[in-house]
Design a protein around this ligand. Sequence first.
Ligand code: PLP
Length: 363
Amino acid sequence: MIYTANPNAQFNSYKKKIEKSISKVLNSKKYILGDEVKNLEKEFSQYIGTKFAIGVANGTDALELALKALNIGMGDEVITVAHTAVATVSAIKSVGADPVIVDINPDTYTIDYNQIKKNINKKTKAIIPVHIYGQSVEIDKIQKICKQNNIFLIEDVSQAHGAKFKKKKLGSFGDIACFSCYPTKNLGAIGDAGLITTNSNKYYTKIKMLREYGWTDRYISSINGRNSRLDEIQASILRIKLKNLDKDNLRRIKIAKFYNKNLDKNKYSLPLILKNNYHVFHLYVIKTNNRNKLLKYLQSNGVFAGIHYPKPIHLQKAYYKRIKTSSNLKNTEFVCKKILSLPIYPELTMLDQKKIVSLLNKF
Ligand SMILES: *Cc1c(COP(=O)(O)O)cnc(C)c1O
């Protein structure tokens, strides 16, 4: 059996270190927001190249707390895409703001820069571009449009830990950047976890308060916060994974190169990597006309590919006719019928890679 992602294989490659660090936490006296979280925050901010990092409970919370830190709520609009994890949109709804969905580029799957401008109005407070599958959006252009229009930039980097634009790490461009550390992500915990980065002392201080009941001092709240703490066990695991992230990303890139070289280009449209981008291949997504049949064929041969994502968010029951969409989302609606995510994770063996390629080329 070969799966799209395989967090268990990753656990096995760091098993001794992880078990040792868990045991260390168990025998320490601190289980929540202790030294492991503090050190992770320091190491992650250094890794991304921002002044601050804050550990939170998951990626959805990271987005929600980022929006709250920027005072975004009722009556405000936030521009984003429907070709993403539901979390990107649900976080906007959670703070009471209105998501405004714009279309994507059908070849890079990232937000269509040209659609952003058309949808900016007086209510627009922020843009949340998603660095989907491991590759940067056109972040320089988006940064510029945010500055020109005085709106905030919140990066959703949940699929691109370690990816770069012009040699600069994603997560260092926005006012605030949000990372999920769900087990399958490039930097994955063994449970739920999330991280936020920022260069702003103001947002850093506010997010730290928001993640723990709005406390300034213990038991004393000065703003309305909530609980989105990160625990010591997950933080200690993430510290081990972070030390190996660049190496693990290189393994993903190597697998992507193998697929690029060997997959039949007449049958499949392969990932497009933009100039200036260091793509870390959270997912390796191809397009094909015969997607559903191919998916079943692979399954019957023990290969469980994935679809990220099968239904655009604006067409899902929870959001249909309940969120604002720019008039035309044809690329978003088109690609979800064609895309297939092939297995890719650092531990995927050459034997398995060869099997996958041969099945695809035979199909
Ligand atoms: C995984 C993911 C999230 C949500 O993260 P959780 O940790 O599951 O809450 C948000 N955005 C994107 C793009 C993701 O891939």
